[in-house]
Structure formats: C-alpha cells, structure tokens
Design a protein around this ligand. Structure first.
Ligand SMILES: *[C@@H]1O[C@H](CO)[C@@H](O)[C@H](O)[C@H]1NC(C)=O
Ligand SMILES: *[C@@H]1O[C@H](CO)[C@@H](O)[C@H](O)[C@H]1NC(C)=O
Ligand SMILES: *[C@@H]1O[C@H](CO)[C@@H](O)[C@H](O)[C@H]1NC(C)=O
Length: 972
C-alpha cells in the first residue's frame, strides 16, 4: 500500500487546492485506518491468498531493496528478503508478523540488528541471516524466538558470540555458523548447551583446537558436528560429552600438514556412524587411530581428496576402514587411483556401496569387486573408462551401476549379461554410437536406464525384446534421426520416455506402439516437421498424459482443417507442449488441431508466430485449465475463443502484441485466477475488464505501455486497495505517455487527482447554481422592470410560437386593437370610437366589449393584438402606470420586432416628458425613434389628427427596410 498526500502545485486556485487537500486528507485517513487493506506490496510478490494464513508467502528477493518493505501482510508465514542490499534491521521492521514461520534475509549487507527487532516473531521457526556482515551476536539479538529451530548464520564475519544471546532459544535444533571468524571454541559453548541442539555447523572458521572441556563438562545432545576446514591443530575429547554424536566432519582440518587426535576413551564416540576425513592434514598413522576410535559404529566413510597420500596409503587406509565390521559405504572420490587392482578392495567384504568416481580410473582389474559379497551400488562416474569394465559383469547383487561421464564408446552383448538384479543403469554422457539388439536383454529388473548425451544414431532392436520392467528411459541428447515402427515394443512398463535433443525428423506410423503404460513423452528439440501424415504415429499410447514436441520444425501454411487430426488418439493427454517451433514457427493453428484431446488440461503454445486463433479452436478441450499462448502475434483476440473452456484457471499471454484486454469482457472467464499479460502494448485497464475476472488473484501486467492519464486512475486505486488480486510488480509499471511522464512510475503519478476532480465537478456545479439564484434575486430586486418585461417578452414569444405551430395565420378579425386605461375610457368612447368606427369605418377591438369572458386576460390581450392589424396605444400617465396596459404595449412591441410588422400606433393623450418614460424602457425607445400622434398638440384642429390616424391605420404591414417608421426601431 503506497501512501501519498497530494499537495496541489500548478493549478492552485485557492478553493480548488483546499478542496483537493481536504479530499486527500480523507483518503489518507482511510488508508491509515487499515494499513494492510490491499493485496499489493511494492517490490514484493505474494503467493497464496490473503484468507489462507497457513501458506502465505511474500517474496521480495533480489529487488535491490535497501530497507525492509513496509506494510507486509500480517498473516504472512514465509517472508523472503534474500539477495537485497538491506544493511540494518530496525526495531519495528517486523512488528505484528506474529504468524511468520520462515524468514530469509540471506545475502544482504546486514551488519546491525536493533535489540528486540526480531522479538516480534513469536512463531518463527527458521531464520536465514547467511551471507551478511554480522560481526557480533549480541545479548538480545534472538530474544523472543522461542520457537526457532533452524538458524542460518553462515558466511558472516562473526567473531564473538555473547554468552546470553542463545539463552532463550529452547527449540533450536540446527545452527549453521560455517564461514565466520570464530576462533575460540568457548564462543559456541552457549549454543551446544541448548537442550535440543542437534546439528552444529562451524566449518571454515579459525578454530585451532577442539577440546571437549571448552564446550561442556556434561553430556550434550549434539548429533552432528561439522568442524571441516578449520586449522585444527588438535582434537581432544577428555570426557563423555558427545554420547549422541552420529556425524562428525573434520574434512580439510589440520595445521601445517599436522593434526593431533586425542580421544581418551574409544567409547566417547560410540555412536558416530558417518565420518568425513576427506582432505585432512593428518599423518597416516593418526588417521588409522581415528578409524579405530569409531570402529564399532561407523557406517559411512568419506575419504575424498587425500592429495598428499599415495595410492598405497589410500589402499592401507581402505584396509583399516574395511575391517570395521559396520562399514557399508566407502567413498573415495577425487583421489588419484588410476588403476584399480584386484587387491585394492579385497578386505571390503561388507561394503554395499563403493564410490570411486573421479579417481582417474582407466583400468580396473577384472576381479576388483569380487570379494565384496553384497555390493549393491557401484559408482564409477567421471573417469576415463572406454568400455564397460569386466569387473562389473559378475555382480549378481548389484542394483545401481553408474558409469556416467566416461568415454565408453561401445556396448557389447555381454556387458550387462549377469546383472540380473540391476534396477538402475546410468551410462549418461559417454560416447556410445549405437546399440545392439542383445545389449539389455538380461536386465530383467531394470527400472531406470539413463543413456542421455551419447552419440547413439540408431536403436536397432535394443528395446524390441527386453526391459519389460523398465519405467524410465532417457535417450535425450543423442543423434537419433528416426523412430521406426515398434521401436519400443517391449517396454510395456515404461512410463517416461525422453527423446528430446536428438535429430529425429521422421517417425513411422506405430513408432510408439506397445508403450501401453507410457504417461510422459518428450520429443522436444528435434527436427520433426509434421506429426505424421496419417494419425497413427501417436497411436497405442492409451495412458499418455504429457506430450512435449516443442522446438521442432512443424509449420502449417493455413488454418484449414487437418484430416485426420494429429492427436485424435490421445484421449488421456492432459498436457501438450508445442511452443517455439523453429524456422517460421507454427504460423497457423489448424482449426481442429486439438481434436480428440478431450482430457487436455494444459496447452503450452507460446512462440509460434500465430496471428489468429479460430474461435472454435478449443471446442475439443472442454477441461482446459492452463493456457499459455505467450509470444505470438495476436494483436487482438475474440471473447468467443474462451467460451468452450469455462474451467480455465491460468492464462498466459505475455508478449503477444495485445493492445487491449477488452476481449476478456464476455469471455466467461469466471474461474481464471492467474492472468499474465506482461510485455504487451496495453495502455489502459478499465473496471469492466477486471470485473469480468471475478476469481482473479494474480495479475502480471509488467512492461506495458501505460498512458498514465485519468483513464488509469481507477486501475491504480484498484491495485492499491483490492484485497483479492495481487498485481505483480505494480510498483515498477512505467508510463509510456504523455511525453513528460515517460519513464515515471505509474503509481507515482498523482492520479488521485482524477478521482478528486469528479468531486470538484459536483462542487463547481452546486456553486454555480447558488450563484445563479443569488444573481437572479439581485437582478429582480434592482432591475425589476427589465425582468418583468423580459418575462412578458418570453410569454409573447411562447404565444407566438404556439400560434405559428397552429399554422393559422393571424386572420385579422379587427383593423385595430385599442389599448387604453380605464380612466381614459371616456375619451375612447366619446372621441375615438365614433370617429374611427363611425366616420372612417374601421373595425376596432375594445377589451370591455370584445374580450371573451372566462379566458385568461393575458390570452385575451394576445388574441386581441395578434387578431388585429394594428394596435393603437392610448397613452396617458395612468396608462403607463397600469399593469395591463404596459403588458399590452409590450406584447405589441414584441410583435413589432418579432414579426417585423409595424403594428404600433402611439396616441398620447397628454404630454409626458421622455425622462418620465424611463422605467418603461421600451416605450422610451419607441417614443424617441418613432413618430407618434399627440392629442393635446392637435388642439382644436382634430381633423388633421384624425386624418393622420387614418393614414397610420392604412399603412400596409411591411418589413423594416420598406417601412420608414420601423427603421428607427432596428436597434431595439
Ligand atoms: C523497489 O525496487 C527498485 C529496484 O528493483 C528499487 O530501486 C526501489 O528502491 C525499491 N523500492 C523500495 C520501496 O525499496
Ligand atoms: C551451512 O552453510 C554452508 C556454507 O554456506 C553451506 O554450504 C551448507 O549447506 C549449510 N548447511 C546447512 C545444513 O544449512
Ligand atoms: C554369468 O554367470 C554365469 C554363472 O554364474 C557364468 O557361467 C557366466 O560366465 C557369466 N557370464 C559372464 C558374461 O560373465
């Protein structure tokens, strides 16, 4: 879980940044509340799932870490921090990891461990601190590790061990202090005194003596003591302190070719059964004494690498050792024996295992092993034998014969003829060019035959009539070029057949017939170009579970149906590997390539240069569980491809040129727990994609081309908070775009900002709404008239639209609508009406006479105005004050400039100075720019007045351009 408080930088509007800070603070609080809420750990990989505590591993090895990562899941049981650059363990580094059983911190630079830093690890059983720089083991170092049983401290610089540092490690069984700077045996005294300490490795230190009184006065529990590679000048045991010791390693000890051996009583080492005296610098006589000391219990003796000893001395030592009646294993590796004479092992009657590997053997006497009555394992590897020595032929009890890494260049018919008990024959890495039909015919009990890395060209009939019990045959790394029909006919028990790394180009039909128990067949790295023309090549393998034909030369020119399909007989096959065909790759995967593989669980088809997969490719393999189609050239896949394989659990699509994960949507992959799509060109991962994989626990998306924009914000948040899916290496995801973020880490980009921004949008819109309301109320208060006017303008507009929608042109019922105030009614009735209706014959609309009862007044006004050609406004002071009148004039003037019709005729009943018109903004403008009629000015000459009115009423409707009266109002 990473934690970031975003301090706003560039875009700091103060509200904005404060808000952002606040939201970030909220997020921070939320993160603090549950420090281990996510399944994501920077620089580490989690194995196992969060709910199963018994098995959770956190792997952080080899990541250049300099400090111990924070927020390690508390339930972890195995934590691997090896191979980093950590130099210090601090007091709280492992706080709360009370479930941890295994902690590996090997190969770091640790030189300092705070007191009590490991004390939190109550459950710890195994602690690895090897290959560090510890110099001292202090008093409180291991405090609290009451369950610790295995402690690795090898390869440090430890010179002193505090007397109480091991005090409370009551469960400790094994301590490895190999390769340190210890020189005083007293330092290890507190360790060997522990009640359960069984194994102590203190080899490769600077001890110059081992004296029993330095480590204890009473008997201790030690079972194994490794003192090898110390410059021990003396080994002295004066009391019965090691009664349980079983394994003693004093290889490569001694000082200046010299080491004293002083064990007072033979019985002090009465239980030692394994002894390593390899490379010891000790006189021959003393070595004899050593062997005498353990001569009632020794079973296993190593006498490797006695450089300074002649063959004779080795022979003499061997004689002493072989007289120990309990001895059964003698290992003489890395000595220079060269020629094994008949006498060399003459006294070794009781041995069951002899190892004379790497001793420069070129010859063995035919009877070298004759006296060994019960020899069961003979190891002659890494020598110079050019043929199977006769000495190995008559060993009826032999079970294991190892002749690997010699130069044997032929096998004869009688080479193994009397080894009827042999179960393992290892002739790996020799120079055998071919086999004879008779060579294995007597190996009736053979189970394992390893003949890899030879030069075998043909098998002849070697496996046609022998080895009925053989279970594993390794012929890898030879020169076989073809497999003939029935070549392995008699191997009816064979389970594993390894033929990889040969030159096999052709396999006859029935090549594997008879292998009725075969479960594993490896044919990788050969020259196979097709899997048989007919489909009988792989016939007769009813139990085959695993087939590997990767790294061959199989190619298809198109994806047409194969007839017959290549694997149709392999109904038990569970695992098919065909990846990496050389030359052109497979290029195309034929539609029915997998036909018949109804048991297939795992299909590995990476590096095949396939561009497309036919949607029905997997209809034959309904049980498919594991699919690796990495390193192909897909660019895109269809969801349909996955419909036939609903059980798919693991999908590997690394380096497949995938640009988007959208194909997962609707692919029905509800059981996929692992998805690896690293090294592709994916830029964005969205929620829908990941929701379509409900069981996903492991996602590897390393090395993709993230855009690092807000489109990734959801993904980043999900990585950090989802507690089911672990996104491997998420800390290393790098941005590819935009240019200024290139090579920045995705998780370091401040994308929380995107999520914050959503909140910001809400905030801004609410603010706007509030401001708008405020402005509206202010406007209403201070600009009331403009607002009211605007309102009526709007109503008029609505009316107009309504009228227009009715498609009824205003059929003019009236010549003029008279708009007047009730106070001016007498004038209207007495002067205007008689003149216009009576004298001039116009049809007028008067509200007291012509308005329809029951209709809203505003509608009546509208109908009146729009139903008349002209509107005559009879203007007086009272008229201007009246609400309805101003509405009338407004509607009329709206019509004026809405319809571009000159409908208004203004008749002033009294003189009104223009400044008094000011609240009636519109009126003032009209008056300013238009001609109008004035009753008072007419005086007694009413005739002119009425004549002007008639003219005004007679004017036709017309656009403003044509009408000189209107042109003045254009600016409105
Ligand atoms: C994570 O690993 C990288 C390199 O692998 C290293 O540079 C970085 O410091 C590590 N991160 C932490 C938090 O230690
Ligand atoms: C002890 O440490 C040495 C040196 O690193 C290593 O070779 C050996 O395998 C270790 N033994 C055990 C039992 O861990
Ligand atoms: C195999 O053993 C038999 C009887 O022990 C013996 O007669 C025969 O010579 C042996 N064969 C070889 C090749 O040594």
């Amino acid at each position: 879980m990473t934690l970031k408080i975003t301090i706003p930088g560039k875009q700091s509007g103060s509200t904005f940044s404060q808000l952002r800070l606040f939201l970030c603070f909220l997020m921070y609080c939320w993160v603090l509340a549950d420090p281990a809420c996510g399944y994501f750990l920077k620089n580490c990989t989690i194995r196992g799932n969060l709910s199963d505590t018994s098995n959770m591993k956190v792997l952080c090895y080899n990541r250049n870490l300099e400090v111990i990562p924070i927020a390690i899941p508390r339930k972890v049981s195995n934590l691997d921090l090896a191979m980093n650059n950590i130099s210090k363990i601090e007091k709280l580094d492992f706080k709360g990891l009370s479930n941890l059983k295994i902690l590996n911190m090997s190969r770091n630079q640790i030189s300092q461990v705070d007191d009590g830093a490991l004390g939190h690890l109550e459950a710890l059983q195994e602690l690895g601190l090897a290959h560090n720089r510890l110099t001292t083991l202090s008093d409180h170092l291991f405090q609290g590790l009451a369950n610790l049983s295995l402690l690795h401290l090898d390869n440090n610089l430890i010179a002193t061990i505090s007397s109480s540092s091991f005090q409370l490690l009551s469960s400790l069984k094994t301590v490895n202090l190999t390769k340190n700077n210890l020189y005083n045996m007293k330092e290890v005294q507190p360790i060997v005194q522990l009640p359960h300490l069984h194994e102590l490795y203190i080899g490769s230190n600077r001890f110059t003596s081992f004296q029993s009184q330095e480590i204890s006065n009473t008997s201790i529990e030690l079972r194994l003591l490794d003192l090898s590679r110390n410059p021990l000048g003396i080994f002295r045991i004066t009391a019965d302190v090691l009664p349980y010791l079983e394994v003693l390693d004093i290889a490569y000890c001694g000082q200046l070719g010299h080491m004293e051996w002083d064990v007072l009583d033979r019985s002090f080492l009465r239980n030692v059964n394994r002894l390593n005296l390899s490379g010891i610098e000790m006189s021959f006589e003393r070595m004899g004494m050593v062997l005498q000391t353990v001569n009632s219990s020794l079973v296993h003796l190593r006498l490797h690498d006695l450089v300074n000893s002649s063959r004779l001395k080795i022979k003499a030592l061997t004689d002493i050792a072989c007289r120990i009646p309990t001895l059964s294993v003698l290992r003489l590796e890395y000595n220079n024996i060269g020629n094994l004479s008949e006498e060399f092992l003459q006294s070794c009657k009781h041995l069951t295992e002899v190892d004379i590997s790497d001793t420069g053997l070129t010859q063995l006497s035919d009877f070298s092993f004759r006296s060994i009555e019960q020899l069961s394992a003979l190891k002659l590897g890494h020598n110079r034998l050019s043929f199977v020595p006769k000495a190995t032929k008559n060993l009826p009890t032999l079970k294991i014969l190892d002749l690997s890494f010699n130069i044997i260049n032929k096998l004869g018919c009688s080479d193994f003829s009397n080894l009827t008990e042999l179960t393992q024959l290892i002739i790996f890495h020799n120079q055998i060019p071919n086999l004879l039909g008779c060579v294995f015919q007597d190996l009736k009990e053979l189970r394992i035959l390893k003949m890899g890395s030879n030069k075998i060209l043909t098998l002849n009939d070697a496996f046609m009539n022998a080895l009925h019990k053989l279970e594993a045959l390794n012929l890898a790394g030879n020169k076989l070029s073809s497999i003939r029909k029935g070549e392995f006919k008699s191997l009816t028990s064979l389970k594993t057949l390894l033929l990889f790394d040969n030159q096999i180009a052709s396999m006859e039909d029935g090549a594997f017939e008879g292998l009725v128990n075969l479960t594993e067949l490896k044919l990788g790295s050969n020259k196979i170009t097709q899997i048989g023309i007919r489909n009988t090549v792989l016939m007769g393998l009813p139990l085959l579970k695993s087939l590997d034909i990767s790294c061959n030369y199989i190619t298809y020119v198109n994806d047409d149906k194969l007839n017959p399909p290549p694997f149709s007989h392999l109904t038990s096959l569970e695992n098919l590997r065909i990846f990496s065909q050389r030359h052109k790759g497979l290029s195309h995967l034929p539609i029915n390539f997998l036909e018949g593989l109804k048991s297939l669980l795992s299909f590995q088809a990476g590096s095949l240069n396939i561009k497309e997969l036919y949607p029905d490719t997997f209809i034959y393999t309904p049980r498919l569980w594991f699919l690796d189609i990495s390193k192909n050239e897909f660019t895109a896949l269809t969801p349909k491809l996955f419909h036939p394989i609903p059980r798919l659990n693991s999908l590997y699509l690394t380096k497949a040129r995938i640009q988007s994960l959208d194909f997962l949507i609707g692919a029905n992959l509800s059981r996929v727990t692992l998805l690896q799509v690293s090294k592709n060109d994916i830029t964005v991962v969205n929620e829908t994609v990941l929701r379509s994989l409900p069981a996903l626990t492991y996602l590897d998306m390393q090395d993709n081309a993230f855009t690092c924009g807000c489109s990734d914000a959801w993904f980043v948040q999900w990585i950090e908070s989802d507690n089911q899916t672990q996104v491997v290496g998420a800390g290393e995801f790098t941005c590819n775009y935009p240019a200024d973020l290139k090579d920045t880490k995705l998780l370091d980009v401040e994308l929380q900002f995107c999520i914050v921004r959503l909140g910001l949008y809400y905030y801004i819109s609410t603010t706007c709404l509030v401001l708008l309301t405020l402005i509206a109320s202010f406007a209403y208060h201070f600009l009331k008239w403009q607002v009211i006017y605007g309102y009526y303008l709007f109503l008029a507009f609505l009316y107009d639209t309504k009228q227009r929608n009715k498609h009824t042109p205003h059929g003019c019922q009236y010549d003029a609508f008279i708009s007047y105030n009730a106070h001016d009614e007498p004038w209207v009735l007495r002067e205007l009406l008689p003149e216009l209706e009576g004298e001039q014959g116009w049809k007028l609309c008067l509200h007291h006479r012509d308005f329809q009862p029951g209709k809203p007044i505003i509608d009546n006004i509208m109908d009146g105005i729009y139903g008349s050609r002209k509107t005559i406004c009879v203007i007086s002071r009272r008229y201007l004050e009246s609400e309805w009148c101003s509405r009338e004039i407004q509607v009329a003037s709206f019509r004026l400039f809405d319809e571009q019709k000159d409908v208004l005729i203004l008749v002033f009943l009294e003189e009104i100075p223009t400044h008094q018109l000011s609240p009636y903004h519109r009126m003032r403008k009209l008056v300013k720019r238009r001609t109008y009629l004035s009753w008072p000015r007419a005086g007694v000459h009413t005739g002119v007045f009425w004549q002007q009115l008639r003219l005004a009423l007679e004017t036709k409707d017309g656009s403003s351009e044509e009408n000189p009266i209107l042109s003045g109002v254009q600016a409105l």
